[in-house]
Design a protein around this ligand. Structure first.
Ligand code: ADP
Length: 152
């Protein structure tokens, strides 16, 4: 059976932390759907179309990567697209505590397994929120994001 994972997130914007997890997960799955969650009550810095474009351009030459958007529960989206796995990255104990509760709840509500990859040592400090802070203050984010994002 084709192994498909959903990598859900805000990707506001895509960072080298995200691409580290995605690149390391590519050999593990037949297909990875990068699913940009949309929540009408959340304020984003980048429009959905822009967040999507950054990911599509970064992975234009990777046939295993599909980019999509969704609303609602991640497990419902997984069922809709026939994915058995949710992929998440872990940076620190705070991520672990948060992700543990969500993964266990999802497991209670469905058969879907969450697969965690531990952040690489050289990208563990990167987060979209720090990237946004630097951008607001007109700083240089080229060390933290893929080239296409740095170029805007
Ligand atoms: P969310 O709002 O769902 O946390 P994000 O776009 O912030 O969306 O993150 C999506 C996923 O990428 C999460 O699993 C997060 O832990 C992971 N991630 C983000 N930055 C890093 C990083 N530097 N190293 C490892 N995983 C990361």
């Amino acid at each position: 059976m084709k192994k498909t994972a959903v990598f859900p997130g805000s990707f506001d914007p895509l960072t080298l932390g995200h691409t580290d997890i995605i690149n390391r997960a590519i050999p593990l799955f037949d297909e990875i759907i990068i699913a940009i969650g949309t929540n009408s009550s959340k304020k984003y810095m980048f429009a959905l179309s822009q967040r999507r474009k950054f990911i599509e351009k970064t992975y234009a030459n990777e046939p295993k990567i599909v980019v999509d958007t969704y609303q609602g529960l991640t497990i419902d989206y997984c069922k809709k697209v026939g994915s058995q796995y949710i992929l998440r990255g872990l940076r620190n104990p705070a991520d672990f505590e948060f992700e543990k509760a969500i993964a266990q709840t999802n497991r209670k509500m469905s058969e879907i397994e969450t697969v965690f990859l531990l952040t690489s040592a050289d990208t563990s400090y990167i987060s979209s929120s720090i990237v946004r802070d630097i951008l607001i203050n007109k700083g240089d984010v080229s060390m933290l994001v893929p080239e296409i994002v740095a170029r805007g």
